[in-house]
Design a protein around this ligand. Structure first.
Ligand code: FAD
Length: 442
């Protein structure tokens, strides 16, 4: 059992900024993340000690990690938060070499900086080997997956597509096209609004310059992923603009439909979520007085928003005014609203899955088998949709878009936990691979 003044969940840019600000202003801070090292999605694989060659060229990341290290905040990686109570306690699961370790953390103030995940929409062939999420493929590349010489189509929606396509090109892949489902009329006002965000405009222009050989197909979407001559792996994709349909040969498809905020812990705690996002005030305080939230769970707005919101939350925990930062945060919020409108999903995507298209990959539930049910709970009970290891994180947002069903509640454990761990909940108990406790209850 560990006690701390400020506990931060998530060591992405928002969590790093929050922990740093709180610790620099005198708070005892612990940061928990399910990844082994700090960095979150965008700086994945960074180490807190990192100041050397791999972070050279990315000053923001290097500075943020260096400041975090100097602040004295303690980062505990490999801890997945699976339950939480607003009264000031949460539990984590850590996979160790010998088994699973459950730990309890008690806090006075909690900062949720849990980020977002990709939205996947099912279409025929999306389970073929060679089809990846766009961010998923990028994460694999950051982990050493080689794409050099591979023909790749990047598809779906959102600014992440361009970032991923650029990364693929830098790694030597041949990115034949970026297929963006949003229509030009939707994108144009957003593009125009970028003049108010010069840094983002420059970044976008840089990305585009690196993709000069790649076609950027606006208002188009992938209808189907088709197996190659071996009948096993991806060989091509069928793409449409709503009028014409064509086939593009490829070895890999990187396909993601913008991001979904990770709000499960906030929901579990009982924070207000008027829509998809956690409600916060100017100091990033949620509807619960001791719980703050920063970054993607409060709105998908990118790196700068995550960092400024994180800093505000950290300062608030330390009782320091963040007034000078709040104007910047408000501007980033406006950017977030623009992005939501620009990359709103077109209704044609609802008709992509066929009856035999798998929707829930964990439990092999097809689209056809979901028909005839009245809602998420009904379908879940009868088909097991959303009951697998990901607990509906992948199929939930897809089903919501396709059928309009929303999960009615969030329950702990948020992630599968070995059952025996609960028998010794009041102790720090290590469970071995046979689910036996290694340290006996005192
Ligand atoms: C797959 C993916 C790839 C992306 N790639 C890029 C990119 O290349 N360029 C770009 O500009 N933007 C990218 N983004 C967007 C980027 O994440 C945001 O712009 C911004 O950096 C978000 O920062 P954050 O701190 O809010 O969240 P994140 O960086 O997502 O950090 C949240 C952290 O919380 C951890 N976490 C969540 N739940 C738990 C839990 N229950 N227990 C323990 N830890 C938990 C996560 O593992 C993660 O490390 C990507 C997003 C995704 C989803």
């Amino acid at each position: 059992m560990t006690r701390t003044e400020v506990l931060v969940i998530g060591a992405g840019p928002a969590g790093i900024a929050a922990a740093t600000a709180a610790a620099e202003n005198g708070c005892a801070v612990i940061v928990l993340d399910d990844n082994l090292s700090a960095g979150g999605q965008i700086w994945r694989g960074a180490t807190v000690q990192e100041t050397g060659s791999s972070s050279r060229g990315n000053t923001t990341k290097r500075r943020a990690l260096e400041r975090l290290r100097r602040s004295g905040a303690q980062v505990l990686g490999g801890r997945c938060v699976f339950s939480a109570e607003a009264s000031g306690m949460l539990q984590t699961l850590q996979e160790t070499g010998s088994g699973s370790l459950v730990e309890q953390f008690h806090f006075e103030k909690l900062i949720l900086a849990t980020g977002a995940r990709e939205r996947f929409l099912p279409f025929p062939g999306w389970t073929l080997p060679g089809v990846f999420g766009a961010g998923g493929l990028q994460s694999l590349m950051k982990g050493g997956y080689r794409v050099a010489g591979k023909r790749v189509v990047v598809a779906g929606t959102g600014p992440l597509l361009i970032a991923v396509a650029t990364h693929l090109a830098q790694e030597g892949a041949v990115v034949s096209s970026v297929v963006e489902q949003a229509a030009l009329a939707q994108l144009a006002p957003f593009a125009a609004s970028l003049w108010a965000h010069p840094a983002k405009l420059v970044q976008g222009a840089r990305y585009r310059a690196k993709l000069w050989k790649t076609s950027y197909r606006i208002g188009c979407w992938v209808l189907e992923a088709i197996a190659g001559s071996d009948g096993q792996r991806l060989g091509a994709v069928r793409v449409t603009d709503g009028t014409r349909t064509w086939t593009e040969p490829c070895d890999l498809l990187a396909c993601g439909y913008h991001l979904v905020p990770n709000t499960e812990i906030a929901q579990l705690l009982g924070c207000e979520l008027p829509g998809d996002f956690v409600q916060v005030d100017k100091t990033q305080r949620t509807s619960l007085p001791n719980v703050f939230c920063a970054g993607e769970p409060t709105g998908i707005a990118g790196l700068e928003a995550a960092m400024v919101q994180g800093e505000i939350a950290g300062l608030a925990c330390a009782g320091v005014s963040s007034a000078p930062l709040q104007k910047r945060a408000a501007a980033e919020r406006a950017f977030c609203d623009g992005m939501e409108k620009a990359f709103a999903l077109r209704r044609e995507l609802r008709s992509l899955p066929r009856p035999d298209t798998i929707v829930c990959r964990c439990e092999d539930v097809t689209f056809g088998s979901l028909h005839g049910y009245t809602g998420w709970t009904d379908a879940k009970l009868q088909t097991r949709c959303g009951m697998g290891p990901c607990q509906g994180r992948v199929c939930g947002p897809a089903v919501e878009f396709l059928l309009g069903w929303r999960p009615v509640s969030v329950r702990q454990p948020l992630f599968p936990v070995p059952l025996q761990a609960f028998c010794f909940q009041d102790e720090r108990v290590e469970i071995n691979k046979m689910n036996e406790p290694i340290k006996e209850k005192a």
